[in-house]
Design a protein around this ligand. Structure first.
Ligand SMILES: *Cc1c(COP(=O)(O)O)cnc(C)c1O
Length: 430
C-alpha cells in the first residue's frame, strides 16, 4: 500500500473525507459549487503571529507589511489589519483597497516599478511612503512635490526565488538601484529637503533557505552605513522585503523562523548598533507566507480520460483559476477529498477546461483511482491564486469563501456571465 500523506492544520482527515478548518469540503462544494477558494481566517492569524513573534523576540521595533498582491481579497486585508499589519502595495488599486479596509496612509508603503506620474502625485498627496525604484522616478517625484519621507529600493546584487520570474534582485534584475546610484539618490533627496528616510530591498519570492537573506541583509546594511556616513542621514526604517517560502512539494521543508531570527535578526541588531544607525524599524513584507497555506482550491472532476499514452483527470479549474502551475511550473499538492483513505495507485495529469495544452494543475501525479464527480482539493492555493486568476476563455472567476469559527461565509461571489461583458460596448452596427 502506498503511504498516505500526513495532513497538518487546517487540514484534517475524518474517516477518509477532507475537512478544512473544521468544515467538510464536500459540504462546502455542495453549498457554493466549484471551483471554489476556501480561506481559513484562523490560519492567516496563526501565520502572522508565528512570524511576528519570531522577529519581535529578538528586536523590539518590527513592522510587518503584508504584500497585498499575494491575495488582495478585502476580508483577507481586514483580517491582517486587525492583526496589526501594515501594507505593501504595488498599484493604485492596492492602495485603494488598503484604504477602504482600514489601513491609514502612514501604514501603507508603495513599492512600484515603472510608476506613472499620476500615481506619484496620488501617493505624495496621500502621504504614502514610496520606495523609489529608479533615478527617473525620484526626479519625477521631486518635480511633482517634495514628500516628507523617501525610501530607496536597493538592489543588493543578491537575488533568490523559486523561479527566475520571481528573483527580484541581482545583476539581471529590473528592480531597485545599485549601491552608487542609491547613495546619489539619497543625496539628491536630501538636497531637495526631504526630511525622513527609509531603505528597502526585496530579493525574491518563494525562498525556503535563510542564507540568501543573511548575505543580502549584510549588503543592505553596508549600503545603509555608507548613506548614513557619506550623506549624513538617519533611517527611520530598514525594510528587508518578503519572499519567505512555504513548502509545496512533499520534500520541501518549512521556513525556519528560529534560524532567521538568529542568523538575520540578531546580526541586524548588532550591525545597526555597530554602524551607529540608531533604532530603525525592521520591516518585512511577507505575502505568500501569510496566506498560501490558509487556502485551498476545490475543483470537481468532470472527465477521466485514458489514452494509449496517459491518464487525464479533467477538472473545472484551469489556469484561468490557478495559473501558478502553468506560469511557473509550480507544484501544488492535490488530494482527492473524498478518498483520503485510498492508496495512491494511479498516475494522472490533472487538467483544466482551458483550450491550451499548458492547462494542467499537475503532471504525472500519484493519486487514488479517480472517478467523475470526485472532489479534488488543491492545497496551498491562497497566495497568487485568486489574485492571478483571469476570465480567459470567457469563464467567470471563481467564488471565495471564508471559514470563521467553524462557519462559512462568501467573501467574493462567483462571477456571472454579465461580468464578462461589463465594460464592453458594441459600436459597430451590423
Ligand atoms: C511581491 C512582493 C513581496 C511579497 O513577496 P512574497 O514572496 O509573497 O512574500 C514583498 N515585497 C515586494 C516589494 C513585492 O513586490
Amino acid at each position: 500500500m502506498v503511504k498516505l500523506r500526513k495532513l497538518h492544520e487546517p487540514l484534517e482527515d475524518r474517516k477518509g473525507s477532507l475537512y478544512f478548518d473544521g468544515c467538510s469540503v464536500k459540504e462546502l462544494a455542495e453549498k457554493y459549487d466549484t471551483p471554489l477558494y476556501v480561506v481559513s481566517e484562523k490560519r492567516i492569524r496563526d501565520n502572522y503571529n508565528h512570524l511576528h513573534d519570531a522577529l519581535i523576540r529578538i528586536y523590539k521595533y518590527v513592522r510587518v507589511y503584508y504584500a497585498a498582491k499575494a491575495n488582495s481579497n478585502l476580508t483577507v486585508l481586514k483580517i491582517l489589519h486587525s492583526q496589526g499589519a501594515y501594507l505593501d502595495t504595488v498599484s493604485p488599486g492596492e492602495v485603494f483597497m488598503g484604504l477602504i479596509t482600514g489601513y491609514t496612509q502612514d501604514r501603507i508603503m508603495y513599492t512600484g516599478t515603472s510608476v506613472r506620474n499620476d500615481e506619484l502625485k496620488m501617493l505624495v498627496d496621500a502621504n504614502i511612503t514610496v520606495n523609489i525604484d529608479s533615478q527617473s522616478e525620484l526626479d519625477r517625484l521631486l518635480k511633482i512635490s517634495v514628500p516628507q519621507i523617501i525610501s530607496v529600493r536597493v538592489n543588493p546584487e543578491i537575488g533568490a526565488g523559486h523561479h527566475s520570474h520571481c528573483v527580484t534582485a541581482g545583476p539581471d534584475s529590473k528592480f531597485g538601484l545599485w549601491e552608487e546610484e542609491a547613495i546619489q539618490a539619497y543625496a539628491i533627496a536630501q538636497r531637495a529637503r526631504v526630511e525622513h528616510f527609509g531603505i528597502h530591498m526585496h530579493i525574491g519570492s518563494g525562498i525556503l533557505e535563510v542564507e540568501p537573506y543573511v548575505a543580502a541583509v549584510e549588503k543592505l546594511l553596508s549600503i545603509a552605513k555608507r548613506v548614513h556616513d557619506e550623506v549624513g542621514i538617519n533611517f527611520e526604517f530598514i525594510d528587508i522585503g518578503g519572499g519567505f517560502g512555504v513548502p509545496y512539494k512533499p520534500e520541501d521543508k518549512e521556513f525556519d523562523w528560529g534560524e532567521f531570527a538568529s542568523k538575520v535578526v540578531a546580526p541586524f541588531k548588532n550591525k545597526i548598533s555597530e554602524y551607529g544607525l540608531g533604532k530603525p524599524f525592521l520591516c518585512v513584507e511577507p505575502g505568500r507566507y501569510l496566506v498560501a497555506d490558509a487556502s485551498i482550491l476545490l475543483t470537481t472532476v468532470n472527465t477521466v480520460k485514458v489514452t494509449p499514452a496517459k491518464k487525464f483527470v479533467g477538472v473545472d479549474a484551469g489556469f484561468n483559476t490557478l495559473v501558478r502551475p502553468t506560469m511557473y511550473g509550480s507544484y501544488h499538492p492535490i488530494l482527492v477529498a473524498n478518498k483520503l483513505d485510498k492508496p495512491e495507485t494511479e498516475t494522472y495529469d490533472v487538467v483544466g477546461p482551458i483550450c491550451e495544452s499548458g492547462d494542467a494543475l499537475a503532471k504525472d501525479r500519484a493519486l487514488p483511482e479517480v472517478a467523475e464527480g470526485d472532489l479534488l482539493a488543491v492545497l496551498n492555493a491562497g497566495a497568487y491564486g485568486f489574485s492571478m486568476s483571469s476570465q480567459y476563455n470567457a469563464r467567470p472567476r471563481a467564488a471565495e469563501v471564508l471559514i470563521r469559527q467553524g462557519k462559512s461565509f462568501v467573501i467574493r461571489g462567483r462571477e456571472q456571465l454579465d461580468n464578462l461583458t461589463a465594460n464592453q460596448k458594441v459600436q459597430v452596427d451590423l
